[in-house]
Design a protein around this ligand. Structure first.
Ligand code: FES
Length: 594
């Protein structure tokens, strides 16, 4: 059976009218269409779920790729949401088949959920290709569940549509809104500074996560939900609808319907993930003040579909875009208010009005992104700011270069302190995160607010998995003096909910012998964000001597997945994907199993 086989069918459109259309014979028919022993096997076992025989008649089989797990609390409501998707698929004449894939919960997984993003993407890719699936609904929520599903589907190049689980309602503590992650960091520093008691800290715990959904700050989950909407991978409005809002369920049903139509239209994910779509997403990230993690994930997406995308693109295309969404961690509000204000369509419409959106980019609903967001209203100019008073004039991601990061490093200006954007200070060096924890609150630590905190061996290979530890908390003795920010540099990532003048993703990482590995206590370091420069003020001859003395850290594991990971993971500037996973392997039909 080839991809060019067609049959003629009668299709009932949403409005009730009928049309005769040419329909491709879908890949699922390679399983369900045969009248032989293999067709019997494929259909018969499926029928134990109570499917009538006519569901195997050639209709689109829609895989509902579900990251539900009770260990991923942000996605714990996904079984009910999947039911809504199924309703939509049935309604549009498809056959829904829900399947589980590895679920990555940010708050529980150690040493870091990022270690498993590529593993989960393999699970998604192979699950799609190995099964009778014609198109997929990707059910994404917690941070890494979005990139792992998009990467897997991209490498199969099937019709794919993202349904996000939606953010939690606002946290509320003592009459004030509190945001996931952001206020955890703030409270924990307040306890160290002595301005919050341990009991108050414990009380706040039950006030933060009040409903189903993912982090409701503009952390990585919300950012990635905005990224997939900007890329055109979800229906308009998907990013911001709260998880418990009835409109999330309605969107799930519409997503299921649309997945069926996408299969009929052969609207492959590669038709959506164009370079123009990625540049739109980069600009959208600047406008929302999104997470630095989006840099790594989008470069990995682009690698899967063969679209060139570099760190320079992030700097170049985001630099002139103002951050207009006033949300934590950079600003004041949370996703609930963002939704009520108009959500991402309102932001994209503002970008379009400034010629900062390529309106011709195609989206999953078959229309262009320009058509989708035209005249999208902004109902609250405190949340989505007016042009005259952006949150940050020049948002985006600053990509730094210099002898400390020859292959680049990133900093999020909207989360940094303006006073530290140009800074020269002495290095206080931590060889590992454990070394940092041992020393940071030592009263004898030689550190002041002008120091530059340097953390090594937390990159893709070094941790392994590139943990979110780059926003190291400040020393207690400085917090007690009211110091709230210092320059911090590492090869780690940081949570999208975090803030500070934090240089991240230093490439090459220390564990590979990058220049970061050579920094010693007391070295002078210069940061100049405007000039995009990060410089270790140590002469070449001395660096040469240090390099000769450098000994690579020994990994703490002896086998298993982590060995595979460190052997194949690429550096952050290449999306931290596995070298053998880059690219699209298509959705060809594997040989029979019996
Ligand atoms: Fe799941 Fe933040 S912990 S989205």
């Amino acid at each position: 059976m080839g991809a060019t086989d067609f049959v003629y069918v009668c299709r009932v459109r949403s409005g009730g009218e009928r049309e005769t259309m040419e329909k491709r014979v879908l890949r699922s028919q390679a399983w369900f269409g045969g009248q032989d022993k293999d067709g019997f096997i494929h259909r018969s076992w499926m029928r134990n779920q109570g499917f009538p025989g006519d569901v195997f008649d050639g209709r689109p089989v829609i895989g509902i790729c579900n990251t539900w797990s009770e260990l991923t609390p942000c996605n714990a409501h996904f079984r009910e949401l999947a039911q809504k998707v199924k309703n939509g698929v049935w309604e549009a004449g498809g056959l829904p088949v829900e399947f589980p894939v590895t679920s990555l919960g940010e708050t529980n997984m150690r040493p870091t959920a990022m270690l498993f993003r590529n593993l989960a993407s393999m699970d998604v890719e192979e699950s799609i290709r190995a099964n009778p699936i014609d198109g997929v609904v990707l059910m994404c929520g917690c941070d890494k569940t979005t990139p792992s599903l998009v990467m897997g589907a991209a490498s199969c190049d099937v019709p794919a549509i993202v349904l996000s689980g939606g953010p939690m309602l606002n946290g509320r503590y003592r009459g004030q809104s509190i945001g996931s992650g952001t206020d955890v960091w703030r409270f924990s520093e307040a306890v160290k500074a002595g301005t919050m008691t341990a009991q108050e800290f414990m009380d706040a715990e039950s006030c933060m996560s009040r409903s189903a959904g993912h982090c409701m700050t503009m952390g990585t989950a919300s950012t990635m939900a905005c990224m997939v909407e900007s890329l055109g991978l979800s229906l308009p409005g998907n990013a911001a609808i709260p998880a418990v809002d009835s409109r999330r369920g309605a969107l799930a049903q519409e997503t299921g319907r649309r997945a069926v139509e996408m299969v009929h239209e052969d609207l492959l994910i590669s038709k959506i993930l164009t370079r123009e779509a990625f540049l739109n997403a980069i600009r959208a990230n600047a406008a929302i003040g999104g997470s630095t993690n989006a840099v790594i994930h989008l470069i990995a997406f682009a690698g899967r579909v063969g679209v060139p995308l570099t760190l320079e693109d992030w700097d170049r295309y985001g630099r002139d875009v103002a951050t207009i969404v006033d949300m934590k961690p950079a600003g004041r509000f949370l996703m609930e208010e963002f939704y009520y204000a108009g959500g991402l369509p309102a932001v994209l419409w503002k970008l379009a009005q400034h010629n900062q959106l390529d309106g011709d980019a195609l989206t999953v609903n078959g229309r262009t992104i320009g058509e989708n967001v035209k005249d999208a209203p902004n109902w609250d100019s405190e949340v989505i700011r007016d042009d005259e008073r952006p949150l940050v004039e020049s948002g985006g991601i600053a990509v730094l270069r210099g002898n400390l990061c020859p292959d680049g490093a990133v900093l999020k200006p909207s989360a940094a302190s303006p006073s530290l954007m140009k800074h020269r200070g002495r290095a206080v060096v931590f060889e590992s995160i454990e070394h940092y924890k041992e020393r940071i609150d030592d009263p004898a630590l030689d550190v002041d607010e002008t120091s530059v905190m340097v953390l090594k061996n937390c990159g893709p290979r070094g941790y392994p998995g590139m943990a979110e530890v780059g926003n190291m908390g400040l020393p207690s003795k400085l917090l007690a003096r009211g110091i709230t920010d210092m320059v911090r540099i590492s090869d780690a990532r940081m949570s999208g909910t975090a803030y500070g003048t934090v240089v991240l993703h230093v490439c090459p990482e220390a564990a590979l012998g990058g220049p970061l590995a050579l920094v010693r206590e007391g070295d002078w370091i210069e940061l100049d964000v405007e000039a995009r420069r990060l410089h270790l003020d140590v002469d070449e001859a001395e660096l040469f001597r240090r390099r000769a003395e450098w000994v690579a850290p020994q990994p703490a594991f002896t086998g298993g997945y982590q060995s595979l990971y460190v052997k194949h993971v690429l550096q952050a500037d290449r999306g931290a994907d596995f070298d053998f996973l880059v690219g699209c392997r298509g959705h060809g039909i594997p040989r029979e199993s019996h």
